[in-house]
Design a protein. Structure first.
Length: 375
């Protein structure tokens, strides 16, 4: 039975809601029966014809409705009109006329045109440098260790022989996580200022002997400039066994520098201080830009990277301080029985030197015109 507009008597909110829901359901049921273009036209006129179509009949009822419900009635009617119109239009576009439209749409795609080429990413120069350095140590039998960037005071400082209030802490402008004051100092969180916490974390879980290389991001409260960034990258290493000597440290690092910078570089160790190593040293390599002469080119221009000294500082290193082993003594690191060496370097600085870049910020600005040189 086709839908006929009932005579409306219940003008309450519920009454209107029900009357319009009935009309919508009836429309939907009848529309399912529409199978051809000819039927579609009849159906469209039945509901939408200006003269005596169902929507017009409902509109006539609106005119007779009590004044106070006209507004609500009108809203229901508008919704129904929009629904019916869009359903009737979309039925049509899916059939005869619509199919034609679809074909036209498809033909607009020219399959002989080349596709959209997706730019392939490349290793960032700092990551590339890191990976190259890590591989040098992997070839020596080192395995890669990593750890959290958000660290506790204990792992970042205390267990590395920086006791609370030790002045060496001041050299590492630390970024602290807010709201930690209620915790004991050793549990307070901070952004690690070096990758060294991973040394302790690894010694807590692995018994000696160990040989690890630790790449990762670190943070310090340094304003960004041509040679500083609040976020930078370190590569660190640790070897512990029963009879490791300073000779092992020198031999290992001399080999690694030659492997990385070229077999003709020389190395030089100069005394230094770090809280977690004793003795400590800085490793210099002969300048791989000027060949150690301090001068460049035919007109003997001063070599800037080595400040005309012929030497470039690459890393800090030293024999692990027995105090550090005390923190992991229970896991086999008795300082009377084991010894070891550690080293750490800035991957960003090495990348700057290696690629002759003069501004550290270029590495982190994400400018593809700069970075694509490594693609
Ligand atoms: Zn030089």
């Amino acid at each position: 039975m086709p839908y006929t507009v009932p005579k409306l008597t219940d003008y309450s909110a519920n009454g209107l809601l029900k009357a319009f829901a009935d009309a919508k359901l009836a429309f939907r049921d009848e529309m399912r029966e529409v199978k051809s273009e000819a039927e579609w036209k009849v159906f469209r006129d039945l509901w939408m014809a200006r003269k005596n179509g169902i929507l017009t009949q409902i509109n006539d009822q609106l005119k007779k409705a009590p004044k106070e419900v006209k507004r609500e009635f009108g809203q229901h009617l508008n919704e129904l009109k929009q629904y019916i119109k869009s359903e009737i239009d979309s039925w049509h576009s899916f059939t005869e006329g619509g199919a034609g439209q679809l074909t036209a749409e498809l033909e607009r795609v020219d399959i002989s045109l080349p596709g959209v080429r997706r730019a392939i990413g490349a290793e960032h120069p700092v990551i590339k440098t890191t990976n190259e350095m890590v591989r040098v140590f992997q070839k020596l039998g080192y395995s890669v260790a990593e750890g959290p960037v958000v660290e506790t005071d204990y792992y970042n400082f205390e267990s590395l022989n920086f006791p609370p209030n030790h002045p060496a802490r001041d050299t590492q402008d630390t970024l602290f996580i807010a709201g930690q004051q209620s915790k004991p100092q050793r549990d307070r969180l901070l952004l690690r200022t070096h990758t060294s916490p991973v040394q302790i974390r690894t010694m807590e879980t692995m018994r000696p002997p160990i040989r690890i290389v630790i790449p990762g991001t670190v943070h310090r409260n340094d304003p960004p400039d041509a040679s500083h960034s609040p976020m930078f990258h370190q590569i660190e290493g640790l070897a512990v066994d029963t009879s490791i000597t300073f000779g092992d440290l020198k031999g290992t690092l001399d080999h690694a520098m030659k492997e990385f910078f070229g077999s003709n570089v020389k190395t030089s160790f100069r005394p230094s201080f770090f809280p977690f190593t004793e003795p400590s040293a800085e490793l210099f390599v002969s300048c791989f830009i000027c060949g150690g002469s301090g001068k460049r080119g035919p007109d003997n221009a001063p070599c800037r990277p080595c400040k005309q000294t012929g030497w470039i500082e690459i890393l800090g290193c030293g024999m692990v301080d027995p105090n550090v082993f005390e923190f992991v003594k229970d896991n086999g690191y008795d300082p009377k029985k084991v010894s070891g060496f550690a080293f750490g370097m800035g991957a960003d600085r090495i990348a700057l030197l290696k690629y002759g870049v003069d501004d550290l910020q270029l590495f982190f600005q994400g400018d593809v015109r700069f970075l694509q040189q490594w693609a």
